[in-house]
Design a binder for this molecule. Structure first.
Ligand code: UDX
Length: 434
């Protein structure tokens, strides 16, 4: 069995490499030839821990290859994983044009029976559209099946998530597709959940929206903590000890970002509303998240009073640690707000600087990118911690204090112990605690 993977972004590349690592013969393709050229040489266009090594090892083994010719890749594959983007549109719904384009491409190249697997996050019932497009455009009598196999990878630990999944969801409507996908994931047989396609599609949106809801919930509690003297970290521990709640995803902070949660929750709101379902619950979770930056700006204002020409060290730009991804990162909105107020920024991130430079170019003295957190802290009037990178959690705070003009830290991820930081002589504010 030959597997084709269309799209080599975060999901597609990890899927292609992961499937090859499971022992399958895999061809990856993408409409951007430059990307394929780079990946074929063993260079990943994204930072994802462990991905480079695994890519090179499987290229060397010969079971993994990449081909910029999408037509050929489809013709040579028995199973095709569709991993193209489904970005958010202005009304919150997912833009499905890339899925439609790939469906037509598959129809044109349907030279044998194939199983088309939706891997990208798609609205429930998307499979019916893919089926319709392929049926309309195909030029041969060859048959095909659609299946759904939603992706639950977390950026920063995607390789390990792929190779050690807690569940594999497979949505199918034919025995052949069921057998093929069960075979592909044979190694994880005990963790396989087989459903109909619509259910599998919805499991993905439902899971991500639930996790986003959980984060917004604890963030809401942090607002109450700040006004009452309660400690949100302890509230989270106390809640998490109840196994019905669980301790994960109860970390209060400046809000969730990334390529999934913000877009998926809005897409599900749109899907529900189009179906006439009241989606107030998820809309509120989205609004709580949206307010995080405003509340964080209030903290900065409380520390500085006036922003104009104040030097602000911003540590952590990626939407979470261990990634260079800044899509929907809270840092972007915060940087824009700070610049609007006339502040001068000194920015640092271990991996995401190049991506942020494309969005917010260097412009000394207003925007300066720094090579270390200590350089960013030089002469700063306040330091903002936005991403809990290990390097930033373990900062030499004494050295930071010596570098700063005014030793003030506002910690958006509760990385430090308030007593310890204050004992060093800092003014310190964080989220949902005194
Ligand atoms: C998420 C899902 O976890 C994954 O299953 C899905 O396939 C894709 O979306 P990802 O976006 O990579 O993965 O990151 P995740 O670790 O889930 O974090 C998302 C955001 O939530 C980050 O901005 C993170 O900082 C924030 N977060 C997470 C919190 O603010 N508090 C928490 O307790 C957990």
């Amino acid at each position: 069995m030959k597997i084709g993977v269309i799209g080599t972004g975060y999901v597609g590349l990890v899927t292609a490499v992961g499937l090859a690592e499971l022992g399958h013969t895999v061809i990856g393709t993408d409409k951007i030839k430059a990307k394929i050229d780079k990946i074929s040489l063993g260079i990943t266009p994204i930072y994802e821990p462990g991905l480079d090594d695994l890519l090179r090892a499987n290229l060397k083994k010969g079971t993994l290859s990449f081909d910029a010719d999408q037509h050929r890749t489809i013709r040579e594959s028995d199973v095709i994983f569709v991993c193209v983007g489904t970005p958010q549109q202005e009304d919150g719904s997912a833009d499905m044009s890339q899925i439609e384009e790939v469906s037509r491409l598959i129809a044109e190249n349907l030279n044998s029976y194939k199983v088309i697997v939706e891997k990208s996050t798609v609205p429930v019932k998307t499979s019916s559209w893919i089926k319709r497009i392929i049926t309309l455009y195909k030029k041969t009598p060859n048959d095909f099946d659609i299946a759904s196999n939603p992706e639950f990878l977390r950026e920063g630990s995607a390789v390990s998530d792929f190779l050690h999944p807690d569940r594999i969801v497979i949505g199918v409507e034919s025995q052949i597709a069921r057998d093929l996908l069960t075979k592909i994931y044979e190694e994880f047989g005990d963790r396989l959940l087989v459903t109909d396609i619509a259910t599998a599609e919805l499991i993905k949106h439902a899971s991500n929206s639930f996790l986003a809801l959980k984060i917004s919930y604890i963030n809401l509690m942090s607002n109450i903590c700040e006004k009452t003297g309660a400690d949100v970290e302890q509230v989270a521990v106390g809640m998490g000890l109840d196994p019905r709640i669980g301790k994960q995803f109860l970390k209060a902070g400046i809000g969730y970002g990334g390529s999934c949660f913000p877009k998926d929750i809005r897409a599900l709101v749109k899907i529900g509303e189009d179906l006439g379902v009241d989606m107030t619950l998820l809309k509120a979770a989205d609004r709580v998240n949206d307010d995080r930056i405003k509340l964080f700006m209030d903290k900065v204002r409380k520390a500085l009073w006036i922003f104009k020409e104040k030097k602000i060290a911003v540590l952590g730009l990626a939407f979470k640690p261990e990634t260079d991804d800044i899509r929907e990162a809270p840092s972007i909105r915060l940087i824009r707000e700070l610049l609007k107020e006339g502040a001068w920024l000194r920015l640092y991130d271990p991996k995401a600087v190049d991506n942020m430079k494309e969005l917010v170019p260097e412009q000394s003295p207003k925007v300066v990118y720094c090579n270390s957190p200590y350089q960013a802290a030089e002469e700063a009037n306040v330091l903002l911690l936005l991403t809990e990178w290990e390097e930033l959690v373990r900062l030499d705070l004494k050295k930071i204090k010596d570098a700063m003009a005014n030793p003030i830290i506002i910690d958006g991820r509760n990385c430090y112990k308030p007593d310890e930081v204050r004992a060093l002589g800092f003014e310190y504010d964080s989220i949902g605690r005194q």
